[in-house]
Design a protein around this ligand. Structure first.
Ligand code: SAM
Ligand code: SF4
Length: 433
């Protein structure tokens, strides 16, 4: 979602004469569009700001802006922690960026100090869906936001506080955007939302829901539609029907389980049990042949015992995910779990649980990928693996990476690839004539 919002920032700035450059060394303006879902992401921003500080010594006119979740949650405290930062913008204040830059330029022209009062735009609560002039990075794959914010308040998660409550775009606006992208020749649309299944719940019309939106989008002439992410408590039978029935919906669902322990799931406020989750996995696999289900898991949630962890291990064995992102619990100030429980699991125990699950999932990913050996899969070619390489990569409909000998003409097209090697690193094969 941040990558897509950054495409919006690039578009806004293009209207003011800026263009994208490859390296910070070549830039007059650097913007970090931040995430603070885990502490690590937050720390990375400060260390990257240190790199920009070194650049500023050689290039004093270089400006650094920090926006998105960190600016939203921390506000002026960022200025105190990092003297390199020139301006801040909140999660729904992207359209204020040109004005903030102008303010800094005027200060400079008038000989004022840039830090003569904070230059920032942060709405108290992020509450706008901004109409941004996206400059998309790819001419064949496009991200399209359907919702912003989240009203779920899972106990560990900072997202509702930094991005605001659920806000859905109107179906007419989404359909118009996707139709335009189809007319421009885009091959794949990725619909974005923290919980796509909650689409429309903040609007008054019961007909506006995710299943109806998906069904309407399938009528547009676009070969691939995918979406992320799904929430196990909210996927409806009608959404599964669309997945099962419509050819242009890709066979991939990213659906975070977080834990396999019912007790931990309750404390996380996730709204489903292990059994309900596994039933959903089995139903999706039965109704949608070839589907890959991927997930997110948190280890070391404050009250997680060894027994709870073993429930997660059992779930991972039973669900047979195509892949999983596994995270160590990171206490986030402002969230329910931060105030309710100390971060009690020692770091080395979190690490042990993480490594155990990673190696288990690696084994499963390896076996799941091997099932495709000898099969022909449809691949959307993204480009060479490295500049000037003749090895190309692309993604299957179920979101697996495939590497094969290719050429520049293939980029942005759908090609059939025979899978000749498969393993944990992905799929390898050759394009069929
Ligand atoms: N909305 C998505 C959902 O509920 O499925 C998840 C979005 S969240 C930005 C991405 C992932 O980050 C979560 O699924 C969770 O596994 C992880 N995450 C969120 N808060 C975390 C925390 N405090 N510590 C560790 N991981 C966290
Ligand atoms: Fe965070 Fe839960 Fe919302 Fe996902 S559904 S963004 S984990 S609060």
């Amino acid at each position: 979602m941040n990558e897509h919002k950054s495409e919006g920032i690039a578009g806004l700035l293009a209207q003011h004469g800026y263009e994208l450059v490859e390296r910070p060394e070549d830039a007059d303006l650097v913007i970090f569009n931040t995430c603070m879902v885990r502490e690590k992401a937050e720390e990375k921003v400060y260390s990257e700001a240190g790199i920009i500080r070194a650049l500023k010594e050689k290039k004093p006119h270089l400006l650094l802006g920090i926006g998105g979740c960190m600016a939203q949650a921390l506000g002026k405290r960022i200025f105190e922690r990092s003297p390199t930062v020139d301006f801040l913008f909140g999660s729904s204040n992207l359209s204020d960026i040109p004005r903030l830059i102008q303010e800094l330029e005027e200060r400079r022209q008038n000989g004022r100090h840039l830090r003569d009062g904070p230059v920032m735009a942060i709405s108290k609560i992020p509450d706008r869906i901004e109409d941004l002039p996206f400059v998309r990075q790819s001419p064949f794959q496009a991200k399209v936001t359907i919702t912003e914010g989240c009203s779920n308040f899972c106990s560990f998660c900072i997202v509702p506080y930094t991005t605001g409550l659920l806000r859905s775009r109107l179906p007419g606006d989404i359909l118009r955007e996707v139709s335009q992208l189809a007319a421009q020749g885009y091959k794949e649309i990725q619909l974005l939302g923290q919980n796509v299944d909650s689409y429309g719940r903040d609007l008054d019309d019961p007909e506006i829901n995710f299943a109806n939106l998906l069904r309407a989008l399938t009528q547009i002439d676009i070969p691939r539609i995918r979406f992320t992410s799904s929430h196990p408590k909210d996927i409806t039978p009608a959404v599964i029907d669309v997945l099962a029935e419509e050819n242009n919906i890709c066979e991939h669902v990213h659906m975070a389980v977080q834990s396999g322990s019912d007790r931990v799931l309750t404390e996380m406020r996730r709204g489903y049990t292990k059994e309900q989750f596994l039933d959903l996995v089995h139903e999706l696999k039965a109704r949608v042949p070839g589907i890959s289900i991927t997930t997110d898991i948190i280890v070391g949630f404050p009250t997680e015992t060894e027994e709870d962890f073993l429930e997660t291990v059992d779930l991972v064995k039973k669900a047979r995910f195509g892949g999983a992102y596994i995270f160590k619990y990171s206490p986030r100030p402002g969230t329910i779990s931060f105030y309710k429980w100390p971060d009690a699991i020692p770091p080395e125990e979190k690490q042990r649980r993480l490594e155990y699950l990673l190696s288990l999932q690696k084994h499963i990913t390896d076996e799941e990928n091997r099932r495709l050996l000898g099969e022909t899969v449809e691949v959307l070619v993204e480009g060479p693996t490295r500049p000037h390489s003749d090895r190309y990569l692309g993604k299957t409909r179920d979101n697996k990476t495939v590497i094969f000998p290719g050429n520049p003409e293939m980029v942005g097209t759908l090609v059939p690839v025979l899978v000749e090697e498969a393993g944990v690193a992905g799929l390898f094969g050759r394009v069929l004539p």
